[in-house]
Design a protein around this ligand. Sequence first.
Ligand SMILES: Cc1ncc(COP(=O)(O)O)c(C=O)c1O
Length: 382
Amino acid sequence: MIYLDNAATSYPKAPGVAAAMVNALTQAGGNPGRSGHAMAVAAQGVVDATRRRLAALLGAPDPARIAFTCNATDAINQALFGLLRPSERVITSRMEHNALARPLAELAGRGVAVDSVAAAPDGSIDLDDLARALRVSPARLVAMAHASNVTGCILPAREVAQLAHRHGALLLLDAAQTAGVLPLDVAEMEIDLLALTGHKGLLGPPGTGALYVASGIKLTPSRFGGTGIQSEDEQMPEELPERLEAGTLNSVGLAGLGAALRFLSERGVAAVRAHEMALTGRLLAGLKDIPGLCIHGIADPVRQVATVSISLRGWEPIDLAAVLDSSFGIAVRAGLHCAPAAHRTLGTFPSGTVRLSAGCFTTEDEIEQTLRALDQLAQTPT
Ligand SMILES: Cc1ncc(COP(=O)(O)O)c(C=O)c1O
């Protein structure tokens, strides 16, 4: 199989992830932060180590400001519902994943003003449009994806953060498609809130994610319950990360994520980025030579991650993905990719696109094979 569905979830996972998870179950099977016996302490040690490694990867000065969540969706929900109040305003874009768009729609129903800036037909967001939206009336938050899961287009996050700050707004960055794939430094990039998921570019297991909360920002918890500290208090503790971590953590998943983070720190995210950029460059160049094939997006390996959306004349995306799988063993995703607004922007609604997403372990030869398969299918429309 040639796996080009890393934007959905990465495969394979980093070396050491499965072993770390087995080890957590068999050797560190206590409840982290709850008891004082050796296995509970071992479980806490695993969680703490993963938090420290994630803080190092993100350039977060204080690991305690990273709360573990189930995934990026969970982290985004915590950030939005924990921050925004009725009558406050949030600015988003018309390229967002439902993980951001749906909680915002729910908040709009509860009295939060939600405005979306349009994107260009290639999916890129014009910062002048964002600046105009920020000038119209005060906003509490700008909430956008760091990279589109449809086109791969990268948002200039630091510029967006600085623009937001100039107008008194915070930035929530949805880094579901960039954590582990692009070098990140939340301090240098001036990011206020960053949501990520463990199972994509971080090469960890599903069921893991995190929310980074910059110093000085206080969120209302979106879940309430046991934290293992200050049990005598009726209210959730003030301290992070416990304030945002009600209930038992996924210590097994976090052990796997910790192993993945170790792998990434050894390989270096910059090296992963260089590899994926080279693959994307070759893929885009080859795709441009295939007759009847349209690339939806900016088609620029420097300004996008390794996610490329295409359509092929004479093929419905769903059929093209099915034949790539059944006849060539190439795993891709077809459809709207949970981002309907993005397809309205790109003009690919409602059929969507076929999305090819290379990853850390994709090889050049796999890209060449994929190009040959698409070239062959371009000669034989259904
Ligand atoms: C841009 C973006 N945001 C958020 C998510 C949600 O990630 P998860 O399903 O891990 O919560 C995804 C997943 O595809 C995504 O691509």
